[in-house]
Design a protein around this ligand. Sequence first.
Ligand code: GLN
Length: 381
Amino acid sequence: MNKVFADLPVTIFETMSQLARDNDAINLGQGFPDDPGPEDIRRAAADAVLDGYNQYPSMMGIPELRQAIAAHYHHWHGLSVDPATEVMVTSGGTEALTSAILAMVEPGDEVIVFQPVYDSYLPIIRQAGGIPRLVRLEPPHWRITEDALRGAFTHKTKAVLFNNPLNPAAVVYPREDLELLARFCQEFDVVAICDEVWEHVVFDGREHLPLITIPGMRERTIKIGSAGKIFSLTGWKIGFVCAAPPLLRVTAKVHQFLTFTTAPNLQAAVAYGLTRPDDFFFEMRRELTRRRDRLTRGLEDIGFPVLPSQGTYFLTVDLAPLGLNETDQAFCRRIVTDYKVAAIPVSAFYERDAITSVVRFCFAKKDATLDSALERLSDAM
Ligand code: GLN
C-alpha cells in the first residue's frame, strides 16, 4: 500500500464533525454555514438541471463559467485572463490544489509551505516526490518575514504554496508580505500555487490582493478559487484555476484524470452568481462580519482571549493566558464531550513545532446557533 496515504489520519475536519454528531454537539469546527445559501443561485442551479445541463461538460469547464470567472477577476482585481487558455473549472478547491501540485512538482523538488498548513497540501506534495520545507508562522500576527523566507528558499525550490486569506489564522496578507514573497519567487525562479479560496471573505474594509497581480508574478502563479466559499455553498465543490497557458496546460492534464469534469448545472449557477452586483458580495461580508462580532463578543464576555479575524469563516482563541494546563487538542475533546460544542485545534495545522494553545471556531452560523454555543461554553469557564 502507498505509505503516504496508509499512515495518514482522517482529516481533523471530518474527525471533529463526527465527534460533533456522536455527542450531539453544535458544530463550530468544520467551516460550513448552517443556512441554505443564496436562493437565486440555488434556483439557477435547479433551472439548469431542468433545462438540460446534465451531460459531460467540457473538461475545462463550461464556457459561460470560464468567461464569468475571467470577467469577475477583471472587475474585482483588474486581472486579465483569457477564458479559453488560462481558466479551468475543477471539482472544488482541493482538487485544484491537488492538480496544481501534481502538475508542478517532481521527485526531489523542494516546496515551501507555511505552517499553519491546510491538511491536504503535504500528502500531495509527498505523493509527487516533493520535499516540503516548512516555514512557521506565529500568532498573533502570523506575518511572513524575510528571515524565514531566506532560510527556506534554495536552488532546489520548485514551488511555494501560499494560502491567503489564511485558514485557520484568519489573516488577510498586506501588499508588503506579498511583495516580499514575490521577490523570493522571482529570485529563485519558483512557481507560486495560491490557495485564495477565501478571497471574498474579508472584513473591515480589507481588500484581498491576489499574488498573481503583484508585478513579476503573472506568469509564475497558479491562482485557485472556490465558489463554495464565495457563495456559502460549500458542498457544491466548484473550484477555479487561473494561470498562464504553460502552467494551466499541465494542471489540466492532471485534472483530466482526477475528476475530468464537474457538474455542469452547478457550474451554470456559479456563472450566474459571479456576475451578481458588487453589493451582493459586500452584503455577504457585512453579514459575516456581524456574526464574527457576535461570536467574538460572546467569547470575550465568557473570558476567552479572541485573536483578530480579518477574513475567512473563522476566529481563533488563545488558551495560553487562561492557564488551563491543557493542549488545544485536549481542550477541543473536552468541550465537545462535556459542553457539546465542536471546534478545531490549530495544532492540527502543524506538522512540526506546533502551536498548541490556539483553537479555531467557525462563526458562519445562524445567530441562534452561535448563541446556544456561547451559552454552553459559558459553563466551561
Ligand atoms: N475548509 C474547511 C475548513 O477549514 C474544511 C473542508 C474539509 O473538511 N475538507 O473547515
